[in-house]
Ligand binder design. Sequence first.
Ligand code: NAD
Length: 639
Amino acid sequence: MTDIHIRTEGHAGRITLNRPKALNALTYDMCLAIEDALWAWRDSNDVQLILIDAIGDKAFCAGGDIAEMYATGTAGDFAFGQRFWRDEYRMNALIAEYPKPVVSFLQGFTMGGGVGVGCHGSHRIVGERSKIAMPECGIGLIPDVGGSYLLAKAPRRLGEYLGLTGARMGPADALLAGFADLFIPETHWEAAKSVLIDSGDPSVLPTFTQSAPDGTLAEQQPQIDQLFAGEALRDVLNALQRDEDDFAASALKALSRNAPLSMACSLEILHRLRQGTPTIRKALELEYRFTHRAMEHGDFLEGIRAAIIDKDRQPKWQHDLDGVPAIDMSRMLQPLRGVRLSFERKERGMKIAFIGLGNMGGPMATNLIKAGHDLTGFDVAGTSVDGATPAASAAEAAKGADVVITMLPNGAILRSVADEVIPAMAPGAVLLDCSTVDVESARAVADQAAAAGLGALDAPVSGGVGGAAAGTLTFMVGGTEEAFAKAKPLFDIMGQKAVHCGAAGSGQAAKICNNMILGVTMIATCEAFALADKLGLAREAMFDVVSTSSGASWSMNTYCPAPGVGPTSPADNDYQPGFAAELMLKDLGLSQEAAEAVDADTPLGKAAHDLYRHFVEDEGGKGRDFSAMLPRFESRSRS
Ligand code: NAD
């Protein structure tokens, strides 16, 4: 990769950031490359220390590359950013906990994402022109990448001051605040690097160090401790407003520019971290609660728009400076349901066969390849994906694979592919089917695999094509514990949640039960809107009441079928499918088949199936979103 230069030199594993024109802003791929290199060197006898530096005079690294986050986030896709942060934070923790010395040379700007790479190592070197800052509150974020950990450990109230104002630290200030360890004049850096590479021993560094030119924080500290001691943002503001000194006035000015919600949450994070002993993992977990929600519920997209896209520097924050209700802060920082920030090493280098490289399978396979797996692909349509080794048949792809993944249209096709691949698979390998199919087919394939000494999992997904591309699918998994454990690292790459639901077939059972509820609630929501219309009730009023009353459901609250009402949904795009009516018909058909097989009474599931069948087959519903039931009801009368 040209954006980052990774190699070993002498006794050092060396990582050089190489995007000087972009102030070495950190891309997603650079984060993954750093993580890979650190794992590769962790147990290598040849590498005794890690040296991290950057090309160019202006910056070690001025932050994360947020352009793609903005582009995807404004299109309503929050998953790319969530994945970026998740994987970046794992790399930050790896640096902080690395068992070998990590030496970084921090010239010029080191901000945000750059702090995450450069300021968690064991020997952080600053020079005359170093400028370190955590300015995230200015773009509607919080000090993240483990920045809150460093701020929480800074002496007394420096952390609050630096985090809320985003003030820049020169070399002496960075040493005082605990963002750096050693000052070495920049003219000596190349010599210091050579000695490190030759010796592999950071104890040589003191021969190069000098005392840093004076900073400003030491003198300001007593005032900072007094002004930033408050429990909440409002207390800090009161203290700043009461103080007539120039320093207080300039701090207040900085706070007036930043996002109030971000500052309130930053303060809360620092206080929570100090309740016990701050740790990097605790800090990253708290930060991720905020950043995971930052695009959808925070001010992040508006912050980027004002600072980087339109450059008008006039962000319209959600709250006034002194008007952040405690409930809004708690919402941003409450635990994430079902989403876990994992610090485990991402398993790489499995041999995977991927069969069915369509709308879902293609991007899922791509994510596995990007994560470093060796993937052979096959699709009857001849489709392939970059980086996959093409195979001439499903059986050829499956030979010697640790895991064979299938992503196919239906149960009949799954059974025929299973007949072909199972005899070709190596003993102990796992057949992982991610398609949505009938429970019977899933169980039959699992039995067939078990008889051949293989593991088998049915793991249908939710999250659609967007989730497949972003690696944020949810997997509902049936099969043995052992097979689940083997596939877990792959679920972690392709998705953000995998629920082990029970024995073979349980994943499909969960999927079809969920989608039966979805089909029924969508119909109920649509017919209620049509009735409300005829009763003269405004749709907005209907939404406001139901979405916060006992009639609430995902169909109403998240995917509202009425155009222009509630959050953006396919209804606002003329019912172009997010989830097509014919796919809902297929899933309702699967739940009816299953109900038939086990003699379960599902009258509403049956009614929903009948309605979607008419809609798709006779009423022009094919190719429309499944929420287009609303215009269908609207156009009908009781008879
Ligand atoms: P798709 O039609 O785009 O992909 C299926 C692929 O399987 C096609 O490329 C096809 O050529 C290939 N195929 C068919 N028979 C084959 C065979 N014998 N051997 C090898 N390849 C074969 O469908 P998709 O949207 O990717 O959906 C795949 C599965 O995921 C379906 O079961 C679907 O219900 C489920 N699913 C889809 C979505 C979605 O939003 N698209 C969401 C959740 C679940």
